[in-house]
Design a protein around this ligand. Structure first.
Ligand code: UDX
Length: 439
């Protein structure tokens, strides 16, 4: 099939590349000429394991190409994916201006039947708006051409996006007519493996499914963070409780890890947007409002522990920080708890020296000018004479450090671990003072 992907960001690029990988011809569009030039030259603008090689392989095979030419991109694909950004408005609702601009471009340049697929995470009712925008543009052209608008939300995890796309748990497709359903079934046939993974449903249900999944996961995290905070005052180890409840198959082990709060490009934005959808439709989303408030508070949890230990005034203190990315295996800094931690420590007068295996370049774009904050060249150097080590991201490289060396370098053997990476009893036996989350 010929496929166009509008928006060559994280979701668009992964989607386009994986669809090319199974033999389709894919043209990816973006308004940013620098990004397109970079992609044409074989570079990729984001960090995602395995993606760069896959892009190169498919470009070389002639199945994947990139353009800024809107008319050419609309003419190309029988299926047109809309994968542009939907940033939150001031009131938390998703801003649809880029989605609707893409829809109008399709209406402006389409020449025959197209399936238009909403891949961006968009609120319930967006497919109707995309439909209306295309219809209005066609009417202005005085033309009538058949098309279908389909909702096909993505469930890609950063750091595992290729695997998630190539071996999906499920593929949710909201579609209203047989022609579109048939094309989507053929498109995803190569990803079915041993049993049917596509769930067909109506468009609005598909739109809500995406938000429901992310909101449910965010809820689990805030719930566990709240329990962890309680566990500390009760003298309970949350890690034992986590295992104790995870073994119930109705609960399951995933997404029960307490920490410094959820971040990233999806959970914070999607929880906000679903709260806004509720508000706009006269439903107070009480649970999700609390999920969000608990998460905002959790991002400060590690600093609260530092303050409890050193006092509110941290001037003259120096801290080493391991981890900046919102989670491991990505350079994504969006809504990262580390940002809140650094802001609060430096606001209280402390110096922070940070190391992250991948995200320092990305972090330097927004954090370079924070007074009192700087980046270290390697993992161990920020420890020299620091008052304590703080951990904000559970990178593999931090799992088993040389603790004897840590002890030698730090002013005192003191760790504030926002990701519960170590065994508290063992660390204490080694002479460390160890503060974790919920234990
Ligand atoms: C998420 C969804 O998982 C994915 O399906 C959707 O398409 C996009 O949003 P992503 O943002 O890449 O993916 O990150 P994810 O791995 O889900 O983690 C989100 C946040 O939750 C991270 O900040 C992570 O540290 C935090 N988290 C996760 C916890 O604090 N505890 C957990 O148990 C799991």
């Amino acid at each position: 099939m010929n496929i166009t992907v509008i928006g060559s960001g994280y979701v668009g690029l992964v989607t386009g590349t994986c669809l090319a990988e199974v033999g389709n011809h894919v043209l990816c569009l973006d308004v940013d000429p620098a990004k397109i030039a970079m992609l044409q030259a074989g570079g990729i603008p984001i960090y995602e394991p395995g993606l760069e090689e896959m892009v190169k392989r498919n470009v070389a095979a002639g199945r994947l190409s990139f353009t800024t030419d809107v008319a050419a991109s609309v003419a190309f694909g029988d299926i047109q994916f809309i994968a542009v950004g939907t940033p939150p408005d001031e009131d938390g609702s998703a801003d649809l201006q880029y989605v609707l601009a893409a829809a109008r471009n399709i209406g402006q340049h389409m020449n025959g039947y197209k399936v238009i697929v909403d891949k961006s995470t968009v609120p319930v009712g967006t497919a109707d708006k995309v439909n209306a925008a295309i219809a209005a543009t066609l009417a202005a052209r005085d033309t009538s051409i058949d098309y279908s608008v389909v909702s096909n939300p993505e469930f890609l995890k950063e750091g595992a996006a290729i695997e998630d796309f190539m071996k999906p748990d499920r593929i949710v497709v909201g579609a209203g007519d047989e022609r579109a359903i048939d094309m989507m079934r053929r498109l995803y046939a190569p990803f079915q493996r041993n049993h049917e993974r596509i769930l067909f449903m109506d468009v609005r249900s598909a739109e809500l499914t995406k938000y429901a999944a992310n909101a449910m996961l965010a809820t689990r995290i805030s719930f566990m963070n709240e329990l962890a905070n309680l566990a500390e005052t009760l003298g309970v180890d949350i890690e034992l409780v986590r295992k104790g409840i995870g073994s119930d198959p109705r609960i399951g082990y995933h997404f029960l890890y307490p920490g410094t709060g959820y971040g990233g490009s999806c959970f914070p934005k999607d929880v906000k947007a679903l709260v806004a959808t509720g508000r706009d439709n006269g439903h107070a989303m009480r649970v999700l409002t609390a999920v969000e408030a608990a998460n905002d508070a959790q991002k400060l949890r590690l600093v609260e522990k530092v303050v409890a230990r050193f006092g509110a005034d941290l001037s003259g203190r120096r801290f080493a920080l391991w981890g900046l990315a919102f989670k491991p295996n990505t350079d994504d800094m969006r809504e990262a708890p580390s940002r809140v931690i650094v802001d609060e420590l430096t606001r209280r007068g402390a110096q922070v020296l940070a190391f992250d295996p991948v995200a320092m370049h990305e972090a330097s774009r927004t954090m370079a000018d924070i007074a009192g904050f700087s980046f270290a060249d390697d993992m161990m150097s920020p420890l020299h004479g620091a008052d304590a080590l703080l951990i904000a991201t559970e990178w593999k490289a931090f799992r088993s450090p040389d603790f004897a060396e840590l002890k030698r370098l730090l002013q005192q053997p003191l760790i504030f671990d926002g990701r519960n990476m170590y065994d508290p009893a063992w660390l204490r036996a080694q002479g460390f003072e160890y503060h974790a989350i919920g234990r």
